[in-house]
Write a protein that binds this ligand. Structure first.
Ligand code: SF4
Ligand code: SF4
Length: 188
């Protein structure tokens, strides 16, 4: 996440507060929760947040979005901006994942400015609410990542890999996620 660490004063005090956008957007491997699906534990009993907070999966504990790590200001919190940013290292180097919190979020002017700014410097995987993905950024890097994803010569990563056997991105595919859990000796 260091590429998002342009930490402004006070950013270290950031808290999720009313935002629980990632619980509806990000995949959770341990409980086979696919991307873009609301978590079964989210916002129960008429309250926002996690109903199993003290026992939540390790990946939920480890996760923090780019905003929480210092990107933007108060208006860029994902439940307000409509986009969750996080960074990963891929075959294309530091790569940004931009996840839409709602349909059409990428078209909003504030989100467009942020995405275009990042895409001038690094590959950006746009992860749409309907499950679609698009890779943008420096032309040479994008071309190389697409080729790597196509021919399997390298794990392109950054949410831009080859689809699974069911024609989905693996983190969107509940059967694949459940198979992974079984393969590790767990109960999905
Ligand atoms: S998207 Fe970021 S600010 Fe919102 S709940 Fe998740 S980690 Fe917290
Ligand atoms: S288990 Fe809790 S923290 Fe993890 S995605 Fe579900 S609601 Fe969010």
């Amino acid at each position: 996440m260091s590429i998002l660490r342009d930490m402004p004063p006070g950013a270290e005090e950031r808290r999720c507060r009313q935002c629980d956008a990632c619980c509806s957007v990000v995949a959770v491997e341990e409980i086979a929760k696919p991307e873009q699906e609301r978590c079964q534990h989210q916002g129960q009993h008429g309250k926002p947040g996690c109903a199993i907070y003290d026992e939540r999966p390790e990946s939920c504990r480890a996760w923090s979005c780019g905003w929480l790590q210092g990107f933007g200001n108060a208006n860029d919190r994902p439940d307000k901006l409509g986009v969750i940013f996080d960074a990963v290292i891929t075959v294309g180097g530091p790569t940004l994942q931009a996840r839409a919190v709602w349909q059409g979020a990428f078209q909003q002017p504030r989100a467009q400015v942020a995405i275009r700014g990042f895409a001038r410097k690094m590959p950006v995987v746009l992860m749409y609410r309907d499950g679609g993905r698009k890779l943008i950024g420096p032309v040479d890097v994008v071309r190389m990542m697409k080729q790597a994803a196509l021919d399997g010569s390298a794990e392109a990563g950054g949410g831009f890999t080859r689809p699974c056997d069911h024609g989905l991105w693996r983190s969107q595919c509940r059967p694949c996620m459940e198979a992974d859990i079984k393969g590790q000796g767990g109960v999905p």
